[in-house]
Design a protein around this ligand. Structure first.
Ligand code: HPA
Length: 245
């Protein structure tokens, strides 16, 4: 079963990936963020896509999520592991921690969120009760355990519009809503994957405490980057422990 990895901030390439082919995919929705990189990683097939482009120049609200998911589906990948940086909103989700969330609250707006919006023979509503694929989540959690990475099993991902970070009041509200982590790219990516019938799970790397969680402190990109580098090492260990399926 071939696996696609969508790499986010801090993961624009995958070291150790033996690249066999780069593929430019044209889609009905425009250009994916990058050509797809096909290769072999520790003996299994991986297709890699850098969500923000190789030079990290596509902000979260400008990512062409539809083109990315359509391209992955088109080349026949069978599941999608999305890696993305997040802020921690709950005590368990501190900087450097890895989480495999199991729920989503979507606060984004003005994004194109569906493949089902024109040329329809009938209106389509996908089921999204459990937004992430359970089998893929379990596979990731097992790999984390094998790699000795203490990943949090579950949690609610709050997707915000960005590109600015949140206000302290927004984070407080999200915490009251039940969010555990906050990021800017989890939606509509997860919903589009479901529409495309691609099993999808999220490996969230906590880069910072959500705005206002540390009283009196503001957020610095330098701190965020430092934690992210540490967290991405854990992500690479998890990916390296995914036994071929
Ligand atoms: N908010 C939203 N997205 C993020 C954050 C955050 O605090 N940290 C990393 N991605």
């Amino acid at each position: 079963m071939s696996l696609a990895i969508i790499g986010g901030t801090g993961l624009t390439s995958l070291e150790g990936l033996e690249i066999t082919r780069r593929e430019v995919v044209r889609t009905p929705y425009g250009e994916p963020s990058t050509p797809l990189i096909h290769g072999s990683f520790k003996g299994y097939d991986i297709t890699f896509l850098a969500r923000h482009g190789y030079s990290h120049n596509i902000p979260p609200h400008q990512v062409n999520y539809r083109a990315n998911i359509w391209a992955l589906r088109h080349v026949g990948v069978q599941r999608v592991l999305a890696v993305a940086a997040v802020g921690g909103i709950n005590e368990q989700y501190g900087p450097g921690r890895i989480a495999i969330p199991d729920q989503i609250i979507d606060y984004t707006h003005s994004r194109t969120t569906t493949f089902f919006d024109e040329d329809l023979s009938q209106v389509t509503h996908i089921d999204f009760t459990y937004p992430y694929d359970d089998e893929l989540r379990s596979w990731l959690l097992r790999a984390a355990q094998e790699a000795g990475v203490d990943a949090v099993d579950g949690g609610t991902y709050g997707a915000t519009q960005g590109p600015r970070l949140e206000t302290a009041a927004e984070i407080k509200r999200m915490r009251q809503d039940g969010c555990d982590v906050v990021g800017m790219t989890g939606m509509p990516e997860a919903a589009l994957a479901r529409e495309a019938e691609l099993p999808y799970a999220h490996c969230a790397v906590v880069a910072n405490w959500g705005a206002g969680m540390e009283s009196g402190q503001t957020l610095s990109m330098d701190d965020i980057r430092a934690n992210l580098t540490r967290g991405m090492e854990s992500v690479k260990m998890i990916i390296g422990s995914l036994a071929p399926k």
